[in-house]
Design a protein around this ligand. Structure first.
Ligand code: PEP
Ligand code: MN
Length: 264
């Protein structure tokens, strides 16, 4: 990967406020819900509106997303608020549909990063796009698998590439839903110093009261961005209800967080 073009420029060139803030619901539920949240986030520090429309749930029988229909809602939210949009893609068809609907940021979820064949299919489908692609760490604490997925995407000539740390599964009970194991993303950063690193405190935490401290740790470690699940009525959310915060809480968090000056 060393010979390939550098990663960092894309984020610096966008001249967004630091840190990059990606916010929005775990899942798009209805058009009204997506638009309500988007409008509440519009004039905040959030630069990008996230919403999952294809939801890889651990157990069957849970809400698995509204599907491609949600892409139109994201497009409308973008038109009405000017925010960039982001969604998860878990196969090549998702990529094609997301690109067709002009989604700005495509992220690969933790359950997809573990699968080299699927990541390769996604990489092939991404070829030729200049969209931003973010790769979450695999569910298991395996740095090589995370790096391998990044390399597959980068080899498809995606230069606007970044990593998202969302914590790792463990069988032991810990206070976190997914243990942060901060050393693994630090090791990734040591190997790829120019790769933008984003923290997803929501999936690390599993509970909204832990989200702030995880954000602060990430900022203390010089992360480039935060992806925070945000919902106007979190307790009624169709997925990940316990970890989502309201747009108002996000605004207060961004006031209270101590942000270091961006490393140059
Ligand atoms: C999500 O972002 O809602 C999600 C499903 O995340 P992860 O892949 O980290 O579990
Ligand atoms: Mn979620």
């Amino acid at each position: 990967m060393e010979n390939k073009k550098i990663y960092r420029n894309w984020l610096d060139k966008m001249e967004l406020s630091h840190p990059l803030v990606i916010a929005g619901p775990c899942s798009a539920e209805t058009e009204e819900q997506v638009l309500t949240i988007a409008h509440q986030l519009k004039d905040t520090d959030a630069n990008v509106l996230r919403a999952g429309i294809w939801k890889p749930r651990t157990k069957p029988g849970n809400f698995e997303g509204v599907g491609a229909l949600g892409l139109k809602w994201l497009q409308r939210a973008k038109k009405e608020t000017g925010m960039m949009t982001a969604t998860e893609v878990a196969n090549a068809t998702h990529v094609e549909l997301a690109l067709k609907h002009d989604i700005d940021v495509l992220w690969i979820g933790a359950r997809t990063t573990v699968s080299p064949f699927i990541v390769q299919d996604i990489a092939d489908a991404l070829k030729g796009t200049d969209k931003i692609v973010l790769v979450k760490n695999p569910v298991n604490p395996d740095l090589a698998l995370w790096m391998g997925a990044l390399e597959r995407i980068h080899t498809a000539d995606i230069d606007k590439l970044g990593a998202i740390h969302r914590g790792f599964s463990t069988y032991e009970k810990t206070k976190y839903r997914n243990n942060p194991e901060w050393q693994i993303p630090i090791d990734l950063k040591n190997q790829l110093p120019d790769l933008p690193m984003i923290c997803d405190p929501s999936h690390i935490a599993g509970r909204r009261k832990l989200v702030f401290d995880i954000c602060q740790t990430a900022l203390d470690l010089n992360y480039d961005g935060l992806m925070v699940e945000t919902h106007h009525t979190p307790d009624q959310a169709w997925s990940d209800a316990k970890q989502q915060v309201t747009p108002e809480t996000l605004v207060q968090m961004m006031i209270d967080l101590k942000v270091r000056k961006k490393a140059t």
